[in-house]
Design a protein around this ligand. Structure first.
Ligand code: ADP
Length: 866
């Protein structure tokens, strides 16, 4: 491009130079245009036609454009793909501007910095995360621009920081390295978390850090240096993207990751806490649990679910609050009713503070504040001092920002418009001057009606009309046949299908007066709106403080509602070594099961007695369900919720670690077995004595001997080295020897009964190992052909009869006598080796996936092996 740029294209070039990594939306009249590479990149993503400006000329440049009013959807799409969008606006009204309209980038929108409803999920935070990676620690900050929440902490290392990120699920992550030695692998690891847009951030100086933190409330003082820098990075980025705007962050909230229950990423997804494998929300714990009535409450509930506590006192305080609302059902119902009207005053407050609130937003803020007042009134009516204390009510009462609510109520009509330019924002009695201008405008219109009547009479033309359109203004219209009767002094303006349009001097003067009143009215309205917006902006911190209280009550009311509705019970949470659950249920499976069909079970883990439960039983018996329900009970209890059980005692756990279901979880590129082993390795590295580990079918992804040996060794390691509370489900019956031999391990099984070769699952957990695996019965249930089943039965009885001498893998096992009975081990003769192989092949078969033809081929292979 050697051609000199036109002034407009020069403006574009300047905007692009200032924001080289963003797609520039360049305002030209009613369009946002993208030029050059931006157009080439964005057009296919947005399904836009790529054209070019100045086609065939030396300064030809690719071009793609969108109507400005439709921008939100396109921006959302680009953000979801991790792009940044720089909005370059016209800074003056082109109609009033001589020469070229000034243009400027007013805002850079990035996934982590959106405030518009269309780009946000109302029930989840939208975090921008920043990491400060140093040689000895990692500072992490989380900033939700849409709510103004800001958190920061120092974590010991990169894995710990990643664990926090996988809880917070940021939309965007900035990574800065203080030390290059800490760099290897970090960016890749953050990328592997998925979902978030990743940006490497340039160095930040001490001065910059102090300046960025300077304006925050005192809470920043005790932060570690890396945590301070992480905050400064987030704020610097937000500031650069929002020039001239005061950031909504005023305080750093308390965040101590070390006092939270760690739930590793794998457990988070295996337990389907907030996302399910099927993608259905009702199949998640959050989906069952969430009965919140405000978006703030929904966000808080989600955060608490992903970050339960370990501090017994704090957990008890939360439980007290929930219990009080379970017991006082009337209070809960009244509270719930009022909460339902509050809406998202937190995000509205932020939009006000950014001066981005529409008249509709201000109306919503008014409604929300009034409902918040009503909510507080419900609570204030409580007289009982004990209950008041539990509810967190003080003598001083709660600030519900009444002046702002009153002022908004006095000012605004019931449902103000979305766009200020649409007018009709204020109540007529709110402002005398505005009322006068409205009167003037109205009387002008009335004068037009009078004029029309008079002209009709004067001319004798019955069809004469005075009308107004935006394009032509006021005019007199006379139907076709009557135009010859129009007086001389009428000026003809336009001919339309229905007749002729005229103007007169008198009409023009009156039209001017109306237009003037109209203009003054609009100006006055905008001025008042601006004042009202400024007032709301000034009070935004108070509104945010109120919304935090509302969120707390909303979450408590939601938990109480769920507890009542689904018959949950208050757990006893203490520092004991136990997890004792009576008649425990799986909160999600019980909802999906037919009414009353879920079979409750007891679990009794104790560090001093039985701490490792080995659970056997046929496929589909309910082993996984049982494992998960124990982990979920712990998570629920420690987040301060009631649990689905008749009773529960939970000695707090520091981590929940899990690995469930080999075939459910094929991560890109890696074999199931590799994934399984890596996850198992992580568990063994991270578990402590106070952790809860649940392992389901470890070793399934490899051959029987390998798998059994690994499962065995892992179970032993848990039992003897980590010594934590653990549940271990396995289909390897051989492993039950461990349960019989170890002091701290025990065998349990989920029962099934065989009836005429059919298996009936009882889903009941009983002491002792499963007597048999029912594999063939399950195979029948799955529809394997009868010939295959008959042959398998014959093979099984041969194998069982031929059980031979043992050779347990690395017999650290206590009881040789026990392992001696295991038929699989040490099959030495050729024949038994063949039998073993057949058995192994049978075991490896995933019956759910076998077609009829495959079953026959499978049978042929079995025969061959024998
Ligand atoms: P396994 O891990 O033993 O193969 P699952 O835990 O996956 O079995 O359970 C299989 C199915 O059985 C579940 O999808 C659920 O529908 C049902 N189920 C499991 N546990 C129970 C229970 N306690 N009561 C009723 N149904 C259950």
């Amino acid at each position: 491009m050697s051609a000199r740029l036109t002034p407009v294209m020069q403006q574009h070039a300047d905007a692009k130079r200032a924001h080289p990594d963003a797609i520039v939306f360049f305002r030209l009249g009613d369009f946002y245009e993208m030029f050059g590479d931006d157009a080439v990149v964005a057009a296919p993503l947005l399904e836009l036609t790529l054209t070019s400006r100045n086609k065939g000329k030396p300064d030809e440049i690719p071009l793609a454009g969108i109507p400005h009013h439709a921008a939100a959807g396109y921006i959302a799409r680009l953000l979801s793909l991790g792009h940044k969008v720089a909005i370059c606006e016209q800074m003056a009204d082109p109609a009033k501007c001589k020469g070229i309209v000034p243009r400027q980038v007013v805002r850079v929108i990035t996934p982590g910095l959106v405030t518009e409803r269309e780009h946000l999920e109302s029930s989840a935070n939208n975090f921008l995360a920043a990491l400060e990676v140093t040689a000895s620690a990692v500072g992490v900050s989380l900033f939700d621009f849409s709510t103004g929440e800001l958190l920061s902490a120092e974590l010991p290392d990169v894995p710990a920081a990643l664990a926090e990120l996988s809880r917070a699920r940021p939309r965007e992550v900035l990574v800065g390295f203080e030390s290059e030695t800490a760099r290897p692998g970090v960016l890749e690891a953050v990328t592997a978390l998925g979902r978030a847009a990743l940006r490497e951030d340039v160095a930040i100086s001490d001065d910059e850090t102090e300046a960025a933190l300077g304006e925050l409330a005192g809470d920043a003082a005790p932060l570690a240096p890396s945590a301070r820098r992480a905050v400064a990075r987030a704020l610097r980025f937000a500031r650069a993207c929002n020039p001239g705007v005061e950031l909504p962050a005023r305080r750093i909230a308390r965040w101590e990751p070390a006092t939270l229950l760690a739930i590793d990423r794998v457990a988070q997804s295996h337990l389907e806490l907030v996302e399910s494998v099927s993608g259905r929300r009702e199949a998640t714990l959050l989906g069952v649990l969430d009965a919140t009535n405000t978006p703030m409450g929904a966000r808080l509930l989600r955060r608490r679910l992903l970050a339960p506590l370990t501090d017994v006192e704090r957990i008890r305080r939360r439980l007290d609050l929930v219990e009080s609302l379970v017991v006082h059902a009337r209070l809960r119902d009244e509270l719930t009713h009022e909460l339902g009207q509050v809406g998202d005053i937190e995000r509205l407050a932020v939009r006000c503070s950014l001066r981005a609130a529409s008249p509709r937003d201000l109306g919503a803020l008014r409604d929300g504040l009034l409902a918040a007042r009503a909510t507080v009134n419900v609570l204030e009516r409580v007289a009982d001092p004990g209950l008041r204390e539990t509810l967190g009510l003080t003598e001083a009462g709660l600030d519900t920002v009444p002046e702002l609510a009153a002022r908004l109520e006095r000012a605004l009509v019931a449902r103000p418009p979305v766009q200020a330019k649409d007018g009709e924002i204020f109540k007529p009695e709110f402002d005398a001057e505005l009322a006068e201008l409205a009167e003037l405008r109205k009387s002008g219109t009335e004068r037009m009606v009078e004029l029309e009547a008079r002209l009709k009479q004067e001319t004798g033309i019955a069809t004469l009309k005075i009308r107004f359109t935006r394009v032509f203004g006021w005019y007199i219209e006379v139907s076709r046949g009557q135009s010859s009767r129009v007086p001389e002094h009428y000026r003809r303006k336009q001919t339309v299908a229905t007749g002729e349009r005229y103007a007169t001097q008198e009409l023009d003067e009156l039209a001017d007066r109306i237009a003037h009143a109209e203009e003054l009215h609009r100006e006055r309205e905008l001025l008042l709106l601006n004042e009202l917006g400024a007032e709301a902006a000034r009070e935004s911190e108070r509104v945010k403080a109120l919304s935090r209280e509302i969120a707390r009550w909303d979450v408590a009311a939601s938990m109480a509602h769920t507890a009542h509705r689904y018959d949950y019970t208050r757990p006893t949470v203490d520092a004991s070594d136990q997890i004792v659950i009576r008649d425990g249920r799986h909160p999600v499976v019980e909802r999906l099961a037919a009414q009353g069909r879920f079979v409750p079970n007891d679990v009794d883990l104790d560090l001093e007695r039985e701490r490792l439960w080995l659970i056997t039983g046929p496929n589909m018996a309910g082993k996984s369900t049982l494992l998960r329900q124990v982990a979920l009970a712990v998570i629920l209890a420690q987040m301060g919720s009631f649990v689905p059980a008749r009773s529960a005692r939970i000695g707090v756990v520091d981590r929940v670690l899990s690995r469930v279901g080999a075939s459910d979880n094929l991560a890109g590129g890696e074999s199931t077995f590799m994934v399984e082993m890596r996850e198992t390795a992580e568990i063994l590295q991270n578990a402590t004595r106070r952790s809860l580990v649940i392992l389901d079918e470890i070793g399934r992804g490899t051959s029987t001997f390998d798998g059994l040996s690994i499962a065995w060794a892992v179970a032993e390691y848990l039992d003897e080295a980590i010594c934590c509370r653990a549940l271990f489900a396995t289909h390897y019956h051989e492993l039950t020897a461990l349960g019989e031999g170890s002091r701290h391990a025990a065998n349990y099984s989920v029962t099934a009964r065989e009836q005429n070769g059919d298996v009936v699952f009882l889903h009941r957990l009983v002491a002792g190992a499963a007597s048999r695996s029912y594999g063939i019965a399950v195979a029948k249930l799955a529809g394997l052909p009868e010939t295959v089943l008959a042959r398998a039965r014959a093979l099984l009885s041969t194998l069982e009869a031929g059980g031979v001498a043992p050779d347990a893998p690395k017999a650290r096992t206590k009881s040789r006598a026990k392992t001696d009975q295991l038929p699989l081990f040490g099959a030495r003769s050729e024949e038994t080796r063949g039998h073993a192989e057949v058995l192994e092949t049978l075991r490896a078969l995933d019956i759910d996936r076998v077609t009829g033809l495959e079953a026959l081929q499978f049978l042929a292979r079995l025969k061959q092996k024998l």
